[in-house]
Design a protein around this ligand. Structure first.
Ligand SMILES: Cc1cc2nc3c(=O)[nH]c(=O)nc-3n(C[C@H](O)[C@H](O)[C@H](O)COP(=O)(O)O)c2cc1C
Length: 230
C-alpha cells in the first residue's frame, strides 16, 4: 500500500490512459473512503456521478461532435479564472503552458496545435471511467473549497488502487452535454470532470514544477532553520 507521501507525490494530471477497464469495486472503495473528507459543519457538499461504459462513450461522442462542429462553449456557470490574472499567478500559468505544451513539442505561438491537444479533454484522454462533480449553486467559496478537498482525497485514494486521474474544468464548458447524459437535479453547477484509469506510459509528459516553499509558506515563530539563522 502506498504511504501518504507517495500518494501525494505520484499523483499528477495524467493525460493519456489505456482502455483497461477500471474495476467497479475499486471505484466503490475509493469513493466510500473519500466520503471521510472534511467539510465545514460536515455539509459534504459534493454531488458525484461516475460514468463508464456506454454512457461515457455517448458523452465523449456528443462532446466530440460539438467540438468538430465548432460549437461555442455553454454559458459559464462560474468564472474559472479572473480575466486579468495578476502576478505571480500569471507567470505560473504561463510556466505551466510551457511545461504542458513543450512536452508535446508544441510551440507557444502554435495556437491550433494547442487546441488540438486540449481537445483530448473531451475524450477524457482515453480514460474508460470518469467522475463528474457538481455543487449546489446556493453554496459559497467555503463549500467549493470543501469540494476541492474531497476531490484531492479521491485522487490520492485512486493512487492506492494503482489508478491515475486528471481533474478537468474543461467539462464545465460543455455542462449542457454532460447534463443530457446525467440529468442532474436543478440547482446544481458542474464544477469539473475527472478522467480515471490506468496510465498509458507511452504518452510523454513533463512534471509540473512548484513554487519554492518560502514563496507560498511562512513559518512564524518556532526555531529558525539553520541556513536562515546563519
Ligand atoms: C480544479 C482543476 C481543474 C483542472 N482542469 C483541467 C482541465 O480541464 N484539463 C486538464 O488537462 N488539466 C486540468 N487540470 C490539471 C492541472 O493543469 C494540473 O493539476 C496542474 O497543472 C498541476 O499539475 P499536476 O496535477 O500534474 O501536478 C485541472 C486541475 C484542477 C485542480
Amino acid at each position: 500500500m502506498l504511504d501518504v507521501y507517495e500518494a501525494v507525490t505520484s499523483r499528477r494530471a495524467v493525460r493519456g490512459f489505456t482502455d483497461q477497464r477500471v474495476p467497479r469495486e475499486a471505484l466503490e472503495r475509493v469513493l466510500s473512503a473519500a466520503a471521510w473528507a472534511p467539510s465545514g459543519s460536515n455539509l459534504q457538499p459534493w454531488h458525484v456521478y461516475v460514468l463508464t461504459g456506454a454512457p461515457l462513450a455517448e458523452l465523449k461522442k456528443r462532446a466530440g461532435e460539438r467540438l468538430a462542429a465548432g460549437d461555442p462553449w455553454d454559458e459559464r456557470e462560474y468564472e474559472m479564472y479572473p480575466s486579468d490574472l495578476k502576478s505571480p499567478y500569471r507567470e505560473r500559468r504561463s510556466a505551466f503552458g510551457k511545461e504542458r505544451y513543450g512536452a508535446l513539442g508544441i510551440r507557444r505561438e502554435d495556437w491550433e496545435a494547442r487546441q488540438r491537444a486540449a481537445s483530448a479533454n473531451w475524450d477524457c484522454y482515453g480514460a474508460p471511467a470518469a467522475l463528474f462533480c457538481y455543487i449546489d449553486k446556493d453554496l459559497g467559496p467555503p463549500q467549493w473549497a470543501d469540494v476541492g478537498m474531497y476531490l484531492q482525497t479521491v485522487m490520492l485514494l485512486l493512487r492506492a488502487e494503482g489508478l491515475h486521474s486528471c481533474p478537468q474544468m474543461a467539462w464545465a464548458k460543455y455542462h449542457r452535454t454532460v447534463a443530457e447524459i446525467l440529468s442532474p437535479p436543478d440547482g446544481l453547477i458542474l464544477y469539473c470532470g475527472m478522467s480515471i484509469g490506468y496510465e498509458d506510459d507511452t504518452v510523454s509528459y513533463a512534471r509540473t514544477c512548484r513554487a519554492p516553499l518560502d514563496e507560498t509558506v511562512m513559518f512564524v515563530g518556532g526555531q529558525a532553520r539553520r541556513s536562515h539563522a546563519a
